[in-house]
Design a protein around this ligand. Structure first.
Ligand code: GLC
Length: 461
């Protein structure tokens, strides 16, 4: 009785924000923090890789190149430190285009962002149906998109655009009512302090930068990366997270990922991450994830803009919608990346893909946002074209091809109503034997939507 009372008291104090739980700098304590629901409800975010690599904007293209080798944002490392065939490809392009003696650092002069219009970007993101945005505040090259005093003369205000790109975008994105977040690379390829004294690098460079980002811009997502060379104890990750969760201005709302040290992916931190369906080198499709997770990938084969990619390399709008559906039906989010150009424009093909997704979400978003993976989902077949999400008492059946034959859904009661989202067509159905059969309406071209079709079964749970 007394325990119940104390429990209820602490629950109500917690929810009124009075007695916020205090987190200790241990994984056990940090991992006990629930992931704010805005994130698991949001489902769809936009990732942005933007830095000096947007100037050469080049990477190898084609099926013969493995996933990671195609990343244009790895340009500096590939040309300077990679002796493999991948490095050779980057070096050959560099020598041919800029000459072998042209230094990566000199790309800063051509990174001008002269057409960067943050409000236009934010309008596009909002129209895409995304609910959050994650910008590379600093990638492995160490160049910061905000005026970091630790990155003296190696940031977007001191050189290049002469503008606080991170701050300007943050204001525009928040004004649109979207959540703003930052990617931040823990390691830096060529920072001498990192290589000579990682302890000092963490104390004097990395942690001050992370705290500066958080206190200046109040991001709702902190998305570390480049964690793999050291354990989280070297990065002092739990110290930072205890500060973030106990004291920072975003302690109530902030969400983080799992890239905090070489031992932490899919184990510690906030939500788990996959990247082109990989976790490191493991194919994540074989892993069932009950914990909140997020898949990130580009529309083509790179995060940073790669000018060498042709239309063939870009996913179609239909396959991007399918990608979102598949991830959400498995309880995940999709963080879809775009790579803006060095002049601050977003390649038009990327704009078009995002707007198409937004149009689909406009009609069908209720089957995505705020849903959960269906608890009774049937064993997925390899070439599955039907996916399921649930919200409250309703079940959504998301079809990635327009069904021409009746759809049988097992393990559901009789629905009070069946409808096709975005359509006024009457949908017939029959119920019995613990299942429902949906008869797809006979629609003519022009009466159907595009990309994917969603049946809503009301009141089945
Ligand atoms: C990686 C890469 C990278 C990209 C990223 C996104 O680990 O190094 O270039 O930023 O993760 O998930």
């Amino acid at each position: 009785m007394k325990r119940t009372f104390l429990f209820l008291l602490s629950v109500s104090l917690f929810s009124t924000g009075f007695a916020q739980k205090k987190y200790n700098p241990t994984w056990e304590s940090i991992d006990s923090r629930p992931i704010p629901t805005w994130f698991t409800d949001a489902k769809f975010g936009i990732f942005i890789h933007w830095g000096l690599y947007a100037v050469p904007a080049w990477g190898p293209v084609g099926k013969e190149w493995p996933v990671y080798s195609k990343y244009a944002e790895w340009y500096w490392y590939r040309m300077q430190s990679d002796s493999s065939k991948v490095g050779n490809a980057f070096r050959a392009f560099h020598a041919k285009t800029y000459g072998p003696n042209f230094r990566y650092q000199d790309f800063a002069n051509s990174f001008k962002a002269e057409l960067f219009n943050p409000d236009q970007w934010a309008d596009l993101f909002a129209a895409s149906g995304a609910k959050y945005v994650v910008l590379t505040s600093k990638h492995h090259e160490g160049f910061t998109l905000w005026p970091s005093k630790e990155s003296w003369n190696w940031n977007a205000v001191d050189v290049g655009p002469h503008r606080d790109l991170a701050g300007d975008l943050t204001r525009a994105v928040k004004k649109k009512g979207l959540h703003m977040g930052f990617y931040y690379s823990l390691y830096e390829w060529y920072n001498p302090l990192y290589h000579t004294n990682v302890g000092r690098y963490v104390d004097e460079h990395m942690l001050p930068q992370l705290k500066d980002l958080v206190t200046r811009y109040s991001p709702d997502v902190v998305w570390p990366d480049g964690e793999w060379e050291h354990p989280s104890s070297t990065w002092k990750s739990t110290d930072f997270l205890a500060w973030l969760y106990n004291e920072s201005p975003v302690r109530e709302t902030v969400v983080v990922n799992d890239r905090w040290g070489k031992e932490t992916r899919s184990k510690h931190g906030g939500y788990y991450t996959t990247e082109y369906d990989l976790i490191g080198d493991v194919n994540s499709k074989e892993i069932k994830m009950a914990h909140p997770w997020e898949e990130c990938r580009g529309i083509g084969g790179s995060f940073g803009y790669n000018r060498a990619e042709t239309l063939q390399e870009y996913e179609s709008s239909a396959s991007l919608v399918h990608l979102l559906i598949e991830r959400v039906a498995k309880g995940g989010n999709l963080l879809l990346d775009i790579g803006p150009a060095a002049d601050g424009t977003i390649p038009v093909i990327m704009q078009q893909r995002l707007l198409d997704m937004g149009r689909w979400l406009q009609a069908n978003g209720e089957a995505i946002y705020g849903t959960q993976a269906w608890s009774k989902v049937p064993q997925a077949k390899k070439e599955a074209t039907q996916f399921f999400t649930q919200k409250g008492q309703d079940l959504y059946v998301l079809c990635t091809t327009f069904p021409t034959a009746p759809i049988v859904v097992e393990n559901v009661g009789k629905p009070s109503r069946v409808s096709l989202l975005g359509s006024k067509a009457v949908v017939q159905s029959t119920a019995g034997n613990g299942g429902v059969t949906i008869i797809p309406p006979d629609l003519k071209p022009g009466e159907t939507g595009e990309y994917a079709w969603v049946f809503k079964l009301e009141g089945v749970h």
